[in-house]
Design a protein around this ligand. Structure first.
Ligand SMILES: NC(=O)c1ccc[n+]([C@@H]2O[C@H](COP(=O)([O-])OP(=O)(O)OC[C@H]3O[C@@H](n4cnc5c(N)ncnc54)[C@H](O)[C@@H]3O)[C@@H](O)[C@H]2O)c1
Length: 311
């Protein structure tokens, strides 16, 4: 269902009481990669403390560095527009970054109200993280997934609180893109959906309520159009970089689909395309070149090489 946050209560169903939704005083993000660092920054910039966890300190540091870069960029733009002074920017930078705590353990998860996992797009990894989150967070906490395509219901099966599990899908780059798809699994309660929508609003995003279908709403549209470009480029043996250039110059979208896939991660783009292909058939194309790149470990910007060489 698209269009603002449409309440789930269809005619004949009792609407949940607004008071049943919970306020989020503290959040957690698991996985500090392409998405996690920016998600933590978005939460901290909205005034909410957040713990950012990864499996190794160097990955945590990369996420914290991303959060610092984004914060400095945002505040720098406000200073150059003379909306705030240098002193205000320095103070706000300290406040925002001071709200993010990096960790490689589950320290600080004992009092979180909302945890978002942004670990790799594999059900076994997601379920392991959900099972751990179920143990380390308080019983009332909502456990959310930033998955681009996997089943929320299956992830929820790894917990003892499937009613408190939902999808909370940011778009890259999370600090700029306004939309969040809030995805309802089979067991997700109305209160969880409402709290997730309220939390999205608290972190200055717009929530869209989605059913649990492959690609949800946005990727089903995005990958469908990107698919056509991937298909024609390979069938006609065109140069992906030239195709991107023409698309960009047309001014219809800010960047071509090959560059976008490189920036967001080819492993993620490939997984989503494969999932949509297996769900909806040949109208979704899986790029052979993308598959070769992923198999060779070239995942785009995050590894330095994909369709493009990244400096
Ligand atoms: N990249 C995108 O454009 C994009 C957009 C929207 C949603 N997503 C979704 O977000 C999720 C993460 O994607 P990404 O692109 O940030 O991936 P990524 O590979 O860049 O980052 C994943 C991070 O998770 C960490 N990790 C792995 N196992 C972990 C564990 N058990 N505990 C803690 N951390 C662990 C990794 O070390 C890595 O730093 C995926 O579900 C993906 O589908 C990605």
């Amino acid at each position: 269902m698209v269009g603002g946050f449409a309440p789930r209560w269809a005619p004949g169903r009792r609407a949940p009481l607004a008071s049943a939704a919970m306020f989020v005083f503290k959040a957690a993000v698991v996985g500090a990669g392409t998405m996690g660092g920016e998600i933590a920054q978005v939460i901290a910039a909205a005034g909410i403390p957040v713990v950012l966890k990864d499996i190794q300190q160097e990955f945590v540091d990369t996420g914290l560095e991303k959060a610092r870069e984004v914060t400095e960029g945002q505040l720098g733009r406000l200073v150059s527009k003379e909306k705030i002074s240098q002193e205000d920017a320095a103070r706000q930078r300290k406040e925002v970054l001071g709200r993010i705590t990096g960790t490689t353990e589950y320290d600080g998860f004992g009092d979180v109200d909302f945890a978002i996992e942004a670990v790799p797009e594999r059900m076994d990894v997601k379920q392991a993280v959900f099972s751990e989150l179920d143990e380390v967070t308080p019983g009332h906490a909502i456990l959310a997934s930033n998955t681009s395509s996997l089943s929320i219901t299956e992830m929820a099966e790894a917990t003892l609180r499937p009613d408190k599990v939902c999808g909370f899908h940011f778009f890259w780059p999370a600090s700029m893109m306004r939309l969040i798809e809030v995805i309802e699994g089979e067991e997700t309660s109305d209160e969880t959906m409402q709290t997730a929508a309220n939390f999205a609003q608290a972190i200055r995003k717009t929530a869209v309520h989605c059913g649990e279908v492959p690609g949800f709403v946005v990727n089903r549209i995005l990958i469908s159009s990107a698919s056509e470009v991937w298909r024609v480029t390979e069938e006609e043996e065109l140069d992906p970089l030239e195709v991107d250039k023409v698309i960009k110059e047309s001014g219809t979208i800010p960047m071509g689909p090959f560059f976008l896939a490189d920036l967001s991660g080819l492993d993620i783009a490939l997984h989503t395309a494969e999932h949509l292909h297996s769900s909806y058939g040949d109208r979704f194309y899986v790029s052979k070149r993308m598959k070769e790149l992923v198999e060779a470990g070239n995942l785009g910007q995050k590894t330095g090489k994909g369709f493009y060489e990244h400096g």
